[in-house]
Write a protein that binds this ligand. Structure first.
Ligand code: ADP
Length: 228
């Protein structure tokens, strides 16, 4: 479970990105985070990933308060949290297989675990046949599948997706959303920040809307609610 309790984030230049927000996300939920540019969505995601620290309030992930996490506890947090971005962020000189296996090497998995798990997760995203390809040889949709495989390979409880369909055409975006839906059905909690109105309206998942650093809407089967 993820708990934000009266969380504020004020950056060093004085801009308030989040202003006293509270919500919780249960295990297994699928949540869209929406709102205009500059609303605070990326900041929320950075707090989850512990890339930024809250100025006030508490961010609690599976019972652990991450605000004051010690340096040596961060790898555990990261391991339990897969992340995908709009721009895929694959390593260009590594193959598909290596991009995914590298994520296991970093967390100290054994060679045996890697040999077993990487093919499984590549198969899950439908890319077994591209294992030896390099990112530059793949379409955008395929690259995002690799990023998803990498995010999932350590079996995280949470998948954080920051605008994951932003660089994809509508059909490919749709396929990625179907994959995310499958991943969610297998038990992974998904938190996705997005501007993709059609996707949000069609999926009928929980929607948290942020404006000017505050939650203005939190609906169980919500809609995007803005003109794009
Ligand atoms: P969104 O992802 O919804 O576009 P952000 O979380 O990126 O919103 O930004 C929220 C607010 O915080 C904006 O006013 C933005 O200018 C400010 N902000 C974001 N990151 C930083 C930063 N590193 N330093 C200073 N201000 C920032």
């Amino acid at each position: 479970m993820i708990i934000f309790s009266n969380v504020s984030k004020v950056y060093e230049n004085g801009s308030t990105a989040l202003n006293n927000i509270s919500f919780f996300i249960e295990r297994g939920e699928f949540v869209f985070v929406v709102g205009p540019s500059g609303a605070g969505k990326s900041t929320l995601i950075k707090l989850l990933m512990h890339e930024e620290t809250a100025t006030a309030g508490e961010v609690i992930i599976d019972g652990v308060t991450v605000n004051n996490l010690k340096q040596d506890q961060i790898p555990y947090l990261r391991r339990n949290m897969g992340v995908v971005f709009q721009d895929f962020r694959l390593l260009p000189k590594k193959t598909v297989y290596e991009n995914v296996s590298f994520a296991m090497e970093i967390v100290g998995a054994t060679r045996r675990e890697i040999r077993r798990q990487v093919p499984t997760v590549l198969s899950l995203v439908g890319l077994s046949h591209k294992a030896k390809s390099y990112p530059s040889q793949l379409s955008g949709g395929e690259q995002q599948r690799v990023a998803l495989a990498r995010a999932l390979v350590n079996n995280p409880s949470f998948l954080i997706a920051d605008e994951p369909t932003g660089n994809l055409n509508p059909k490919t975006a749709q396929e990625i959303m179907e994959l995310l839906n499958d991943i969610n059905k297998r038990g992974t909690t998904i938190i996705m920040a997005t501007h993709a109105k059609e996707i949000v309206d069609q999926m009928k998942k929980r929607v948290i809307a942020i404006e000017d650093g505050e939650i203005v809407r939190d609906e169980a089967r919500g809609v995007y609610g803005y003109e794009n």
